[in-house]
Design a protein around this ligand. Sequence first.
Ligand code: A2P
Length: 400
Amino acid sequence: MWRRIVCSIGNLFKMGAKASKCKSPEGRSFPFLEDKSTIEVMKETRTFFILRGLPGSGKSSVAKKIVERYPSISVMASADHWKISPLPKESETDSSRYDKLDQQIKQCLGDKQIVVVDDTHHTRERLDYLFDLAKEKDYIVFIVDLRPANNDLDSLAKSNRNYTVQQLKLMEPELQKNIIPYYFGWFLARQDAEKMRTNAMDFLDEIWKNETFVEEFVKYAKSDSKENFNLKEYFQKKPSVLHCTTKFCDYGAVPNCESYAGSKIVGDSLSRCFVLKVSALFITPRTLGARVELDEDQQLLWPKDEEAVGSGDQVNLPHSSRSHITLACAPGEHAVQTGLDLLDILKAEKSEAQPHPQVRMEQGQCCCLGEGRWIMNLSNSIKVKTLFSGFYAIKKSTAE
Ligand code: A2P
């Protein structure tokens, strides 16, 4: 069964004024309402909640709870408030009937850290529009599905006299469809992302002062002008939101991504905070990245079906060795290259018999693996706070 952040209406109705718990059918509570560490990270992050479900499914109650939990930094934009009916009248065109709500959402994005949109969200077109808005302002999207217990539309229609069962049935099939993201991953809280970016720039500044590095690296860099080569300009292409990808799904096109998306561990982890350990920074003529070492719990989110790392090679690396944060790419390179570069570096580190040239740096020991590949193992690992979610916006160009 598909599990995003799913909450059943039956449980919502049981909630008393005092009980703030909103449990899913599996008895799981929402991390952003219940989990202390998640709540702390939420306060440092920009998040965009898309509450999804039939009229009367309890979306407004959840929206209200979020706004109560995060007073002053959150805002709710509700379709009901603007009297927008989920099923348009014949005289209404889809785009114009959302004008006022969209104006409100656009105003809130940037002004408020947490934006909650309360609507049925039963059309893909509407979702894509909102994903785009969130992406423009670098908000992490949380989709919260609210499903009627046992799909009982009769009870839902009875408790919500504005809609007939027939009308609910018109919306329901779309709401049953899975929304598979471009990729799942851990998204860094804003301050921690800043910290990582600063670390990366300090690393470039320092290593650029080392003659052994400059001489070796520039030979392999893809640049016409070796004399005027500038390391920081070379790594200009940076992701707007730093993240550590767990499963690349390409909106459902990648094999097995449906089962990953529907797994219990993913369902339980969505919107939850995780602290990742960055153990090294690495640089190649193609990418600049940070190595992430996952703990046991985090490894559970690493796709089991990932091709055995190093299979076919002489060197086998442990599962999840590829976990990383892309910090920047050289011109013409895609972010996916960072993970491949990391695997290549780890294999070279293990396999080469020759001692590698070493450079002592402020943050740790930096080692050259040839062909412009360098890795600095940090003396003190960096801890970064993240939230687990998906990236849903439709990619319009190859550059991010
Ligand atoms: P990562 O940076 O963790 O390698 P792009 O901007 O190239 O479309 O990619 C967006 C994100 O999706 C990248 O950050 C990259 O993650 C991830 N990604 C893209 N393509 C793949 C792929 N084929 N396999 C795994 N991850 C991918």
